[in-house]
Design a protein around this ligand. Structure first.
Ligand code: 2AM
Length: 179
């Protein structure tokens, strides 16, 4: 079995800027797990554990799913719940294009029996996960809330393998779809 998901990668300079913001969040008294810069990404679709045969079917189905290249601006820091966050993330400005790609991927994978997400899709870049909340985290988020991390032209996505280890997840690229 292989644990897989589909994501858009980020330019190195954007990941570096997000890492600077992690330092500000680290000064709060909350217990946080930070996403390593090399692992930062925009998830398009989390699939989970699949057999080899299914993995091949996913590869074939994705061949036909693309978009026209589009601009993504990474701007602002928010959270899944601003009063008591569990996940701290950065938001995207992309005129809904990432959401459109997510829908197209779900459409292509549904015939394989891969379920659509019930929750509405909110494209984001996870920056930190909250292990233990402390109110000082809210002030720390406020300090970085308006940060701009830069923009880039999205023209590909990647099918990734995720291996969970004690040191955190390790991601490997299995396939890249370039538009
Ligand atoms: P997150 O960053 O919002 O937590 C790889 O695990 C990626 O898939 C993560 O970025 C994670 O999103 C996303 N994902 C979505 N649903 C998931 C699930 N049920 N389990 C693990 N990761 C999930």
């Amino acid at each position: 079995m292989t644990r897989v998901f589909i994501a858009i990668d980020l330019p190195a300079e954007i990941k570096e800027r997000i890492a600077e913001t992690q330092k500000v969040l680290a000064r709060s008294c909350a217990r946080l797990t930070f996403v390593a810069p090399r692992n930062m990404h925009i998830t398009l679709k989390f699939i989970g554990e699949v057999e080899d045969e299914m993995l091949e079917a996913i590869r074939s189905a994705l061949q036909g799913v693309s978009a026209d290249p589009f601009e993504i601006a990474i701007r602002g820091v928010g959270a899944n719940n601003l009063r008591r966050p569990r996940v701290v993330w950065s938001n995207l400005e992309d005129a809904g294009k990432t959401g459109g790609l997510h829908d197209a991927i779900e459409e292509a994978l549904a015939p394989l029996g891969i379920e659509r997400e019930e929750r509405a899709y909110t494209p984001h870049i996870t920056i930190a996960r909250v292990r233990q909340f402390d109110p000082s985290l809210l002030g720390a988020i406020e300090q970085v809330m308006a940060k701009e991390f830069g923009s880039f032209r999205a023209d590909r996505y990647t099918l990734k393998k995720s291996t969970l280890t004690k040191q955190g997840p390790r991601y490997e690229d299995l396939m890249e779809v370039v538009w």
